[in-house]
Unconditional design. Sequence first.
Length: 395
Amino acid sequence: MSDIQIKNVVKEYSSTFTALRGVSIDVAEGEFVSLLGPSGCGKTTLLRSIAGLEDIHGGSISVKGKVLSEKGYTMPPERRNVGLIFQSYALWPHMTVFKNIAYGLKLHGWSKADIGPRVAEVLKVVGLEGLEERYPSQLSGGQMQRVAVARSLAAAPSVLLFDEPLSNLDAKLRESMRVELRRIQKEVGTTAVYVTHDQAEAMVISDRIVLMNQGEIVQQGTAKELYETPETMFAAKFLGFANMLAARVISTDAGSGLAQFELEGVSAPLITGRARKDVHVNDRVHLSLRPEAIRIGSTTDTSHGFPDRRATLPASVEDVIYAGNICDVFLNVSGLRLRAQVTPGDLEGLSVGDGVTAIFDSRSIWPVPADDATASVDAVGVRVDEDVPMAAVAG
Ligand SMILES: Nc1ncnc2c1ncn2[C@@H]1O[C@H](COP(=O)(O)OP(=O)(O)OP(=O)(O)O)[C@@H](O)[C@H]1O
Ligand SMILES: [Mg+2]
């Protein structure tokens, strides 16, 4: 049985504005799920609904088999036993770390004798032993967030809810805290829902990502599923960068799981990519090709054709950008711009203007339906001669 069951939840803020339009998610016991999506898509609204801070107007929210919210009924937040962690740490400035954590336990009716050991225990979990007597003003941002987490953990909530808890931290600290929050959640084993608009954060921290847009779920799955097999243009563009190539399906082969595509407006040989059940011969699609999947070879490297797993495109080098561990190479494939990401060593002997071959495994070509309503014109078929900034090509 799922630990948190969100069934067809509808939330209206007014008669003309619906923030959640029938959202359904099942979260398993001990699972760490991220709600990911652009600003205003309804992530916080859903989280607050789980916490009981918002009434819902349709569907239901259950935790451990018990309905906590449905139309006309909202169990008050204090009776739900959920731990909420926000961007602002919301610590009491006049209380020490110990008192900040102990206060909630006291409200929950814990005895003095039990409070001390429990505070020590949760401070150990978040790695803050010995800081009991400090005041929040004497802590760094990361430490304050750890205290906030410890405070939420103290009363052993059945569910942990996070709303962009790392946004106030600098980039480096945010990265280490992601790993830390994941470790803490796995250690205590509490089911968690985590809101973020940062795709990298969602990928690192969670077991599963629920991608939302405009009050609806676009796709849910593991980071790998969303990254490698996005169902829509929106998903392909939201997670990382993808080259999106307008193409038409020429043939499909269920046996090998591969299909052949003709690139639109590019005089290149047919290329082989992955087949997909809902993509048929003659369909117009966008082929997603991640930059790190492209290897740059010499002009004599050629494809061996369908159903060979290797695909190649003749190209010329347009720009080379050294960026440390990963470098960008922009390629021109008969007027279409392709971004490749390689390691610094691969740049050796590579110059702007060189003729090369873009080589990739056919398995890294993934078709996305072209009739996707969320697809925008900025994403595909951008010609180099239109001089459109790279960011507009996709992502
Ligand atoms: N109390 C409210 N009254 C009316 N509209 C609201 C209210 N709270 C949120 N909204 C609207 O509901 C939509 C979803 O808001 P929500 O805060 O859930 O978005 P979000 O996904 O968390 O965005 P962000 O990433 O910016 O935090 C937005 O259009 C927002 O303006
Ligand atoms: Mg929000």
